[in-house]
Write a protein that binds this ligand. Sequence first.
Ligand code: NCD
Length: 396
Amino acid sequence: MQEFAEYESLTKRDLGAKNHDMHRNGRLKHLIFGSQLNTKLLEKLFRSADMIRRLSRDPEGNRRLRDLLAHRRAMLYFTQPSTRTFLSFMAACQILGITCNEVRDPKTSSEVKRESKLDSIRMFSSYFDVIIMRSQISDYAECCAYLMNDLERNQKRSVPIINAGAGSDEHPTQALLDAYTITRTFDFDENSLQHDSRLTELRAKYPDLTSGMDNKAYAFCGDIGRGRTVRSLASVLSQYSNVTMFFISPNQDALKLDDKLKQRLVRQGVQVVELDSLDATHNGQPLLSQIDCMYMTRIQREHNSESTEAELTAMDLSPFQLTTDRVEQMKDYAPILHPFPRDRVIDEIPTAVDSDPRAMYFRQARNGMWIRAALLVHLFDAADSLFMAYSDVIGK
Ligand code: NCD
């Protein structure tokens, strides 16, 4: 984009070099890409999220949480529709005592007076301590992070940028809550086994099933090509060992796994399999009976060109619908995730599935609030204070 011309060469680098710019002293400076979420960082964030969740059940814990970042202010700059990401970030801020403000309609900001996008962001950074942003422009958040880095280099005020959804490219905080949900589903440590009889039964029935995200077959179904949540989550999961990913999408170029992402996953050691129906087989067996986790997605109609829209309208999308019959073929422990919203016309997950114990999507959305709070704690370097609050209130 012309407005970001000064950062064009930076955006063209490979992910490794870009990620380097988004960290400081082993901590996140900005969160822009899913691949920034390395396994060590994920562990830390998951532990903080667990502590926040536990503290929030206790009145004293709640007070301590609200004191943690009461001196901070957040700007929620969401110029694309959002329900869950916006509200869960807002709730996360409220849990931690952070004051929030929002701009959702660019027509109410000075962009209408021909202010540049980067000037707008720099202005936000004068009043707020973190900018959480969603835009249909894929590299807007990334360029804002470079702007902040330039300001920091020139000893000017600079604040963290959090990408809350960038075009059809990345959605790293969604990957964070998805990974947190998967980890909690496959959590077989002693303490958890003591508290959850379902996990104990699972452990007894499937002794080879391992904790965490290693050694699993993940299925992603729907709009793989343009689903930013899929791209970010696949990046995160590709770091774990012995991972298979099935990508199930209509046979339509825009919707299929793109080559660049595919190459990246394969380089990371992922076994990648592409299929065009939930009823497909793999190695002679039904796909559905082989997967450990199902990640459903919506067809991203907002990105359709006129011809794609016409093609999709004419297409039978029922092979991509997770009906109760199909759920029945899945392993009895395999969680069903969906970033939501689901499309009430295409109905990729009929509401009849909601009562199945494997349906995780509402829990998944709630997990977003805890893990986004953990992310804010990390960005503001408040993990030690969180741990102190936890030891005082829960560990006493
Ligand atoms: C997703 C998004 O915005 O990319 N929603 C979300 O953040 N939970 C998925 C979608 O819109 O399909």
